[in-house]
Every structure is written in structure tokens, then in C-alpha cells.
Design a binder for this molecule. Structure first.
Ligand code: NDP
Length: 312
């Protein structure tokens, strides 16, 4: 039987208030997009999650379609709840999302009330949970009136199936409307999830980060290491066990000469300061005003351990 490390809150994790809310999130959170699916060895996924929790990483982020196969990362979490984490449920902040293609037909995608409500019910069953701490609209749906997903989020909180709501990858104006709508319906937007890293500064350039900061909404950065580019992973080629070699979202043609030169320069600058590139990349994000947490991925406990150095 797993027993969490007694020093999990005393070994370096820092917690940041999420916008103007009562919630504190760890500055480093763990995402379960890759490495926790049915194609991955359960014992390795288990080891990473245990390591995370033992080091104060209380926030685990999922989505209905994480795997592969779709749904299987949530099933892994469900197994972990049964095997290890159930006694610690109240110490965990678990999020899931719906917004991308999940099941066939017109009701398994985008932003309808029908999809969001049904998807959350499925997610709860897969994760063996009664509620999630945070439920996200995973993307903006340009063809559905904004009020529909927003009212669904409000009603989901009222139903007790989620405690807080967030949005991910919504454009600026729609985010402004969401903040206003949800506030008027007593369900303030807790957090915005967007891609922010040293290679992709869009949330700064388009004003999302500033809007969140002004409005008291938290911001969590996904793919903070640009899926591994902002680490030493690809500086000497493409390792066989890397995401670029195995998965479709990170392609070898992204490794242009220009990018490699930039990564090497940042790597050298980090080394001169006694840091790894990953550590520097995570520190850079956490220094931006308005950022609550970085949502890292990891295929081993060693990577996660290295990434936690950004808090030292
Ligand atoms: P990262 O940018 O942190 O990339 C993680 C990957 O980088 C790891 O799986 C590993 O890849 C490599 N890596 C991590 N640390 C190290 C290290 N120290 N040294 C060498 N390589 C390292 O994040 P992800 O892209 O995984 O995204 C994180 C989370 O963000 C997701 O799990 C998900 O929760 C969320 N997300 C949300 C999205 C949204 O639309 N809202 C979209 C994408 C992600 P390798 O396999 O090569 O070892």
C-alpha cells in the first residue's frame, strides 16, 4: 500500500494563489496528455504520479481524449485512485476538459451543452471520481453561441460535478465575455490554460495573460518545455524513445537550423548560470506576471525531478 512521503509539503514545492480565488496551485503541475495512456506501462505512469505527489505536486491535469487511446489517461488516473490516491483525494486538485473530438457523431466534439455534460459524466466514470476540482472548455467553438458552453459550465458547478471552471485556448474577446458571463452567474472563471513558453509567447502578445491578471483569473502554461524542445532532449539528435520519434504532435521537420541555433544559445546561457535549459525555460515562464503554474509533462521521474529544480 502506497504511503505518501510525510515531507511532501516541506521539500521545496511552492504554492501560488490562482487569480483572486481561494485556491493555491503548485507552481509546477503535472499534465497527463502523454505517458499515461493504455499504450504506456502502468507501473511507470504510477511511479511518476507518486513521485509528483511525494514532492508536493498536488495538481494533475487531464482531458477526455488524453491517452492514447482516447480516455485511457483518465482510466489510468481511476486505477491510481483505487491503488494509491484515494486516501489523498482532498489533497489533490484534479482537472479534466472537453472540447476536441471524443466520440463519433455530432455530439462528441466542440462546445455544445450536450457534449460538455455527457463528456464530464464519462470522465468521472473513467476516473472513479464523484467530482473534479476543475472542468475546462478545452477550446472555443466559433459555431455555438458563447452562452451555451458558458451556461453549461455554470450548471456543471451547480450540479456539484466540478468545483471550479476554466477555459483553454479561447481567443481574447471570447475570454473577456466568458469572464463577465461567469462572474454574473456566480461561477467566476478560475483559470485560463494556454501555451506559453520561450518559443511561443502568444498569450503575452495577444493580451490574454494581462487580461487574466487584471481580472483575477489564474493562468497555467501548457507545454512549457515546448514538448521537450526546451530541454537537452534534441540537442544531439532525436532519441528513439523521445516524443518526436514516437508521437505525431512533435515532428522532426520542426528542428530547423535556426531553431537548433536558438536552443543551443539558450542552453549555453543556462549552463553559464549553472542551470539546465529546462530549468531556465520553466523559470522564464514563472517570472511572467500573472502566471500561476507551469503544467509540465514527463516520461520519467528523472525528468520531473530535473524540472522541479526550477523552484530551487
Ligand atoms: P512539456 O512541454 O513539459 O513537454 C513534456 C515532454 O518533454 C516530456 O514528455 C518529455 O518528452 C520531455 N521532457 C520533459 N522534461 C524533460 C527533461 N527534464 N529533460 C528532457 N526531456 C524532458 O509539456 P507537454 O507538451 O507534455 O504538456 C504538458 C501538459 O499540458 C499536458 O500533459 C496537458 O495536461 C497540457 N496540455 C494542454 C493542452 C491544451 O490544449 N489545453 C495542449 C497540450 C498540453 P519525452 O517523451 O521525449 O521524454
Amino acid at each position: 500500500m502506497y504511503k505518501a512521503d510525510d515531507s511532501r509539503y516541506d521539500n521545496g514545492m511552492q504554492y501560488e494563489r490562482c487569480g483572486r480565488s481561494g485556491v493555491l496551485l503548485p507552481k509546477v503541475s503535472l499534465g497527463m496528455w502523454h505517458n499515461f495512456g493504455s499504450v504506456d506501462p502502468y507501473e511507470r505512469s504510477r511511479e511518476i504520479v507518486r513521485f509528483a505527489f511525494d514532492h508536493g505536486v498536488t495538481h494533475l491535469d487531464l482531458a477526455n481524449n488524453y491517452g492514447p487511446v482516447y480516455g485511457s489517461a483518465e482510466e489510468t488516473l481511476g486505477r491510481l485512485m483505487d491503488d494509491d490516491l484515494r486516501p489523498y483525494r482532498d489533497e489533490l486538485f484534479i482537472s479534466t476538459k472537453a472540447g476536441y473530438d471524443m466520440w463519433p457523431g455530432p455530439y462528441g466534439n466542440w462546445g455544445s451543452r450536450k457534449y460538455l455534460m455527457a463528456s464530464l459524466d464519462q470522465s468521472l466514470r473513467r476516473m472513479h471520481l464523484d467530482y473534479v476540482d476543475l472542468f475546462y472548455s478545452h477550446r472555443y467553438d466559433p459555431d455555438t453561441p458563447l452562452e451555451e458552453p458558458l451556461q453549461a459550465l455554470v450548471d456543471i458547478v451547480r450540479s456539484g460535478k466540478a468545483l471550479y471552471v476554466g477555459i483553454s485556448r479561447w481567443p481574447l474577446e471570447a475570454t473577456r465575455i466568458a469572464i463577465d458571463y461567469l462572474r454574473r452567474h456566480d461561477t467566476p472563471l478560475l483559470i485560463y490554460q494556454g501555451r506559453l513558453n520561450m518559443l511561443d509567447r502568444e498569450p503575452i502578445d495577444d493580451g490574454i495573460l494581462q487580461l487574466c491578471h487584471q481580472e483575477g483569473v489564474g493562468f497555467i502554461s501548457f507545454s512549457p518545455l515546448a514538448q521537450g524542445l526546451l530541454t537537452g532532449r534534441y540537442l544531439e539528435g532525436i532519441p528513439d524513445d523521445s516524443r518526436m520519434a514516437k508521437a505525431k504532435f512533435l515532428r522532426p521537420d520542426m528542428l530547423t537550423d535556426e531553431l537548433m541555433a536558438q536552443l543551443r544559445q539558450w542552453n549555453d546561457e543556462a549552463a553559464a548560470q549553472g542551470m539546465s535549459l529546462a530549468e531556465r525555460a520553466l523559470r522564464w515562464i514563472l517570472e511572467q506576471q500573472g502566471v500561476t503554474s507551469v503544467l509540465v509533462g514527463a516520461s520519467s521521474t528523472r525528468q520531473l525531478e530535473q524540472n522541479l529544480h526550477c523552484l530551487a
